[in-house]
Structures are given as structure tokens and as C-alpha cells.
Design a protein around this ligand. Structure first.
Ligand code: ATP
Ligand code: LTN
Length: 342
């Protein structure tokens, strides 16, 4: 926290945090453990901007009616996971047009070669061979605009977003060199030590992903108790018996242990001790119970919120208004710096 004198008054200048999630599927245990759990922990100490990346979602075709409904659902999921709309600015990306306006300027600064290296682009192009659109390619530039508009100091994300954060930092460098320094703030990634990459339940060599076609691969935070139990109990594990963390040789088991550790607050060592002499099945039963305990209040709050779309509309509107105040200041400075009339 930084203390600064302002007209002789001591004011508390909080650092800024920004993060978002693409509006696809439903949030999973991976999103919760790798990102949103950290967002909620930061909300008291920092000035936080958390948004729903609905424009990013369009890089893969979305049925319009489903996207519209899902935007409500995501907003309610953020709130149900503990993000407080009074403490944080929570908003929908497309409600603040400055995101796409800044993106264009940054697009003109970003070399194609840098975008070509992005592993997410390669993975998504392989997955969506029939729709390799330019948006999929420029996706990280929009992400950089999201971050830089709010002068974010830190961006809490899972491990898969590290490369995009690096690119965002490169873009700040390009802007500083071509135009002027001090207009865009250099952000840092904030990646948790534990759970930054939760793996798929059936195929622990790939990450848990909310847009996975096979819903056995993830636990959604709004799954009911029965589904959660079924998915965790049928998670793929190796044929061994000893409950010992070994990400290389026992990827499935180690993934379950990581989830257990984050949800229970126990260290991996402690879990190994607790399960000495027990079977994988025991761990699965306990983990299923722990997950249900963690997620059932979330689901109850979610169900409640979804009954009141007017309330969600109100929150979306006030979040966007608050976000826009900050975004407009940065965009104005950038437009002036690059020589556009304001
Ligand atoms: P999609 O399948 O649509 O690409 P996703 O599940 O990868 O979605 P995102 O919206 O891309 O989710 O990510 C939201 C946040 O959750 C990001 O900070 C991302 O790094 C984090 N995250 C996503 N998947 C995981 C995971 N398996 N483990 C840890 N963190 C994750
Ligand atoms: N690409 C991110 C979602 C996202 C984001 C951001 C995260 C879009 N803009 C800005 C942090 C900061 C993802 O997780 N797929």
C-alpha cells in the first residue's frame, strides 16, 4: 500500500488489481482455485476491477441467446463466489467501449510475430479449425487493452495466462518507445503458488477447461452435489495405491491432492500423513464431500441471484459506469499521445 500526500491530506492510495474470465461454459473448480479465489482474497486490500470478458468469448462462435443468458449467469457466479459489488468494480467488458478503442491503437503497435508465438492461439486454432478468425489471433491485444485501461498494478490469473501477460508488458514497452513513457502502467502477473493449473479430471495431462466438450473433465461451481460426487469419484488416477504427491508419475492423484489442499487449507504433506494406509477411493470420497461442502452455499446463492435479473442489470450498469470513469482517463491520454484529436 502506498501513502501519498495530497493537498496536505494523507490519503490512502490502493494499488489496482484487474482480472476477468471469458464468458464461455460455467466457471469450474479450475477457475475458482486458479483465479477467482485469489480475486476474492484481494478485494479488501486493493482497488479491484473484475470483469466478464464477453468480447473475448466471441472469438469462438456463441449462440446469441445463450451468450446473453450466460452473461447474467456469469455475473451471478462472480457474486456467489464472494466478489462484493460494493468493494469491487464488477462489470461487463462490452459495456465499456474504451476496451475496443484502446485495442485498435495497441493492435497497430503489436508485431504479428509476437502474436504468432502465443500458445493459446495455436491450441485454439487446432481446436476450432473451421473458425480460425482474426479475433482469435488478436485476442491477447484486447486482453492488454483490458489491463492497461485501468492502470492495473497486478493481474491475478492462472498459469495459462502468463504468456499473455508477458505480451501485455511488451506492448507497454512498444508504446513507451514510440510515443511517451508514463502513460501506460507496467502490470505484473499474480499467479498463486498452489493450484495455478488444475488439470482435467479424466485426462490429467491437459488443463481443466470450462469449454471442454466432455463435462466429466471438470466440476462446475454450480453443479449439484450428485454430479460433483460422480465426477470426482470417477476421476482418472493411476493404478498405484500409495497416496503420495508426484505430479509426473501420478498426475491424476496429484491433481486431486492439489484441489484437496486448496479447499481444505491443509498442506500436501499433511494430506499425505492423513491418508497413510488408505486407498485412492478414500481420498476421492473425502474430496467429493469437501467440494460439495464448499460449493453448496455458492450454488444456493447463485440460484437466488438468478431469480432477480433486475438486480443483476442494476449492478451491471453501475459497475460499467464506475469502470468507464477510469477507462476514459487512460484512453484520453493515449489518444492525445498518438496524435488523435480529442
Ligand atoms: P475456456 O475453456 O473457455 O478457454 P477457461 O476454463 O480456460 O475457459 P478462462 O476464462 O480462460 O477459463 O480463465 C479465467 C481464469 O481462470 C484465468 O485467470 C485462467 O488463468 C484461470 N484458469 C482457467 N483454467 C484454469 C485451470 N485449469 N487451473 C487454474 N486456473 C485456471
Ligand atoms: N484471457 C483471459 C480472460 C481475460 C483476462 C483479461 C484476464 C480477458 N482479459 C485481462 C486478465 C486480464 C482468460 O483467462 N482466458
Amino acid at each position: 500500500m502506498i501513502w501519498r500526500f495530497n493537498f496536505g491530506i494523507l490519503t490512502d492510495m490502493k494499488k489496482t488489481i484487474l482480472s476477468g474470465s471469458t464468458v464461455t461454459g460455467d466457471l469450474t473448480l479450475g477457475n475458482y482455485i486458479g483465479a477467482i479465489n485469489n480475486w476474492a482474497k484481494l478485494q479488501d486490500e486493493y482497488e479491484c476491477f473484475y470483469f466478464l470478458a464477453d468480447l473475448h468469448a466471441l472469438t469462438v462462435y456463441q449462440d446469441p441467446a445463450i451468450l446473453r443468458e450466460r452473461t447474467y449467469s456469469f455475473f451471478a457466479q462472480y457474486l456467489a463466489l464472494g466478489l462484493d459489488p460494493k468493494k469491487n468494480v464488477i462489470f461487463v467488458q462490452s459495456h465499456v467501449p474504451e476496451h475496443t478503442q484502446l485495442m485498435w491503437i495497441l493492435t497497430c503497435l503489436t508485431p504479428m510475430g509476437y502474436l504468432n508465438r502465443m500458445t493459446q492461439f495455436k491450441e485454439k486454432s487446432e481446436k476450432h479449425v473451421k473458425n480460425i478468425n482474426a479475433g482469435l489471433f488478436t485476442y491477447p491485444v484486447l486482453m492488454a487493452a483490458d489491463i492497461l485501461l485501468y492502470q492495473a498494478d497486478m493481474v491475478p490469473v492462472g498459469e495459462d495466462q502468463r504468456q499473455h501477460l508477458e505480451l501485455c508488458r511488451d506492448i507497454v514497452g512498444f508504446f513507451d518507445n514510440k510515443y511517451s513513457e508514463g502513460i501506460l502502467k507496467m502490470p505484473d502477473a499474480y499467479i498463486g503458488k498452489m493450484g495455478a493449473r488444475i488439470m482435467s479430471l479424466q485426462d490429467p495431462t491437459k488443463k481443466m477447461s470450462k469449454s471442454d466438450e466432455n463435462d466429466k473433465n471438470f466440476v462446475s461451481i454450480i453443479d449439484d452435489a450428485k454430479k460433483i460426487e460422480k465426477k470426482i469419484k470417477s476421476a482418472a488416477t493411476d493404478s498405484g495405491t500409495e497416496i503420495k504427491f508426484d505430479a509426473e508419475n501420478k498426475a491424476g492423484l496429484s491433481n486431486l491432492m492439489t484441489i484437496y489442499s486448496v479447499l481444505s487449507g491443509k498442506s500436501i504433506q499433511q494430506i499425505e500423513q492423513d491418508f497413510v494406509g488408505k486407498m485412492y477411493g478414500h481420498l476421492k470420497v473425502d474430496l467429493a464431500e469437501l467440494t460439495v461442502q464448499t460449493l453448496s452455499p455458492v450454488k444456493a446463492k447463485y440460484d437466488d441471484l438468478m431469480k432477480n435479473k433486475d438486480y443483476l442489470d442494476q449492478l451491471m450498469k453501475s459497475g460499467a459506469d464506475r469502470a468507464q470513469v477510469r477507462a476514459a482517463v487512460t484512453l484520453d491520454k493515449v489518444y492525445k499521445a498518438v496524435g488523435l484529436h480529442r
